[in-house]
Design a protein around this ligand. Sequence first.
Ligand code: ADP
Ligand code: ADP
Length: 224
Amino acid sequence: QPIIEVRDLSKTYASGTVALTDVTLDIHQGEILALLGPNGAGKTTFISITCGLVTPTGGTVRVGGHDVVRDYRAARSLIGLVPQEISVEMFETVINTVRFSRGLYGKAPDDAYLEGVLKSLALYDKRDAKLMELSGGMKRRVLIAKALSHGPKVLFLDEPTAGVDVNLRREMWGVVRRLREEGVTVILTTHYLEEAEEMADRVGVIDRGRLMLVRDKAELMHEF
Ligand code: ADP
Ligand code: ADP
C-alpha cells in the first residue's frame, strides 16, 4: 500500500484562486519524489493540504491510511515538514531544539533516537552549540532534524534550496541522498529540473494546479 494516497485533490482559495485541480498521485515508502513547477503552480498548496494544514475543497489525502482531514493527529504523527518560512530560536542549542520539537508531538523523550538523527545529519558534534553559532547549511540541517524529531515516516521539504548559494544547494542534495540511504520517504518541491533530477527517484511536473506528468527519473532524462 502506498504511504500517501492523493485522490482528485482540488483547492480553490476563498479569494477565488484555483490552486489545485484534480491531482491524483500515489507516493511509495522509501521513494524520493520531486514536485517540479514554476512559482504559483500549487506546490506549497499541495504540501500544506497533504500535511493537514490547509483543507482541500475537493478530494482526499490519506497518509498511512489516515485521512489527513478527518484523522489529522494520526496522519500528522507520520509526517515531518520543513516549511518554506522558517523560524527557530537562535539562542537555543541544537539538542534542545530537537527535544522541544519532539515534545510538541507529545512523544516521550528519546535522546538516543534524537542523537541518531543528529548523527545522520552530521550535526552530532554540534549538539550543544547554539543555532546562532552554526553555518547556514548547518541551520538548514537543524530544520530537517526538527522535522524528523518525532520519527515520521515521510518528510516534506518545501523548496529546500530556495535562496541558497550553489555550495549550500549541493550540500542539500547530499543531505537528501543520505536520507534516501536511511529509507526516509521524501517529498520535495523545486523549480529547477536539474535539482529534481539530482535528488529524486520520481518527478511530478505541476503547472497551474494540474499534475501534468509523473515520471521515473530515468524516463525524464530521456525525454528532456
Ligand atoms: P507554489 O508553491 O507552486 O509557488 P502555491 O501553492 O504557493 O504555489 O500557490 C498556488 C496559487 O495559489 C498561486 O496563485 C497563489 O497565489 C495562490 N495562493 C497560495 N496561497 C494562497 C492563500 N492562502 N490565499 C489565496 N491564494 C493563495
Ligand atoms: P545572512 O545574514 O547572510 O542571511 P544568516 O546566518 O542569517 O546569514 O543565514 C544563513 C543561512 O541560514 C541562510 O541560508 C538562511 O536561510 C538560514 N537561516 C537564517 N535564519 C534562519 C532561521 N531563523 N532558521 C533557520 N535557518 C535560517
